[in-house]
Design a protein around this ligand. Structure first.
Ligand SMILES: [Zn+2]
Length: 302
């Protein structure tokens, strides 16, 4: 069926099929939008997007209001307290690539938690972040800071060896333009490591009543699976070197969803608290491609 969706920003198709209709998450768990939200799937490239009227404007991310909506701190120290612990996941997905001596850039770096973890090895560090509340702190740490990719392209075209962008592409107005701009920033031999939530997350099938209204959210405009992410990357001037899926949570999280119909993070349930069990569970989901995050390593096409 058709709805009020403009032609797809990625492929230009206007063949949208509604795959979800109803309230979606608006910030932290428990806050929902009105019932009129809809998610459409593009018949051309397979991406899913939230109807534009329910999405946040891109300017929203320049303000502290965005972190406040997520109930997250808006100062650098508070951000580190929340996010430092997640950087091992990004470092694991980077391995075995080394950043030693390279010019690196994190596109949408927030307070720069990931950059702090690699800055000691890197040759030069570029921080691209629309939220100006973080800029002074990023500059104090010696990073070259830009508010947006247009400014960065003017000042630093084809200068980056290795770019990163974790959990950003799902927010932007135009994912094709977003990746094409990054392609302009990196050297011809450069690479980009990208992550985004995986819409093939196993809980989407297991809890079709409760999980989609949590997974789809007002701050995420785009929802990719591995194939639609590949399609977007290739259209934007990249080739996919590798892609894989990562799962952040142990088995207790899945049991918690099934029992309580709500997220429980890393909280462990009685008896479901074995590292061995969780390790098997995560690797099993990753092998099947149904974990909660997608990662892709992209190389610039010449
Ligand atoms: Zn499309």
């Amino acid at each position: 069926m058709t709805a009020s969706f403009d032609p797809c920003e990625i492929c230009g198709s206007d063949d949208w099929q509604i795959v979800y209709r109803g309230p979606v998450r608006d910030g932290a768990f428990g806050n929902l939008t009105g019932p009129g939200a809809a998610v459409g799937r593009c018949g051309g490239c397979g991406v899913e997007r939230l109807d534009e009227a329910t999405c946040k404007e891109e300017d929203f991310y320049r303000t502290e209001e965005y972190r406040a909506l997520l109930a997250e701190p808006t100062d650098a120290a508070g951000f580190f307290a929340e996010h430092d612990a997640f950087q091992l996941q990004n470092l694991t997905e980077l391995w075995p690539e080394s950043v030693r001596g390279k010019v690196v850039a994190d596109i949408g770096c927030a307070a720069g938690s990931f950059l702090d973890h690699i800055a000691g090895l890197a040759g030069e560090v570029v921080a691209l972040e629309p939220c100006e509340a973080y800029h002074e702190s990023l500059r104090k740490r010696g990073y070259t800071v830009y508010s947006n990719s247009a400014d960065a392209v003017v000042a630093a075209s084809e200068s980056i060896d290795l770019a990163f962008s974790f959990a950003v592409i799902e927010h932007v107005r135009d994912p094709h333009r977003f990746l094409a701009d990054i392609a302009l920033l990196i050297k011809p031999s450069g690479k980009l490591l990208l992550s985004t939530p995986n819409r093939s997350d196993f809980l989407m099938d297991l809890l079709p009543e409760d999980y989609p209204r949590f997974f789809y959210r007002a701050v995420h405009r785009w929802y990719f699976d591995a194939e639609s992410l590949r399609h977007c990357a290739e259209r934007a001037g990249f080739t996919v070197v590798s892609n894989r899926c990562h799962h952040r949570f142990g088995l207790s999280n899945a049991f918690g969803w099934l029992r309580d119909r709500k997220p429980s993070g890393s909280k462990q349930l009685p008896h479901i608290d074995s590292q061995l069990l969780d390790s098997f569970w995560r690797h099993y989901l990753e092998m099947r491609g149904i974990g909660d995050c997608l990662y892709a390593t992209l190389a610039r096409k010449d």
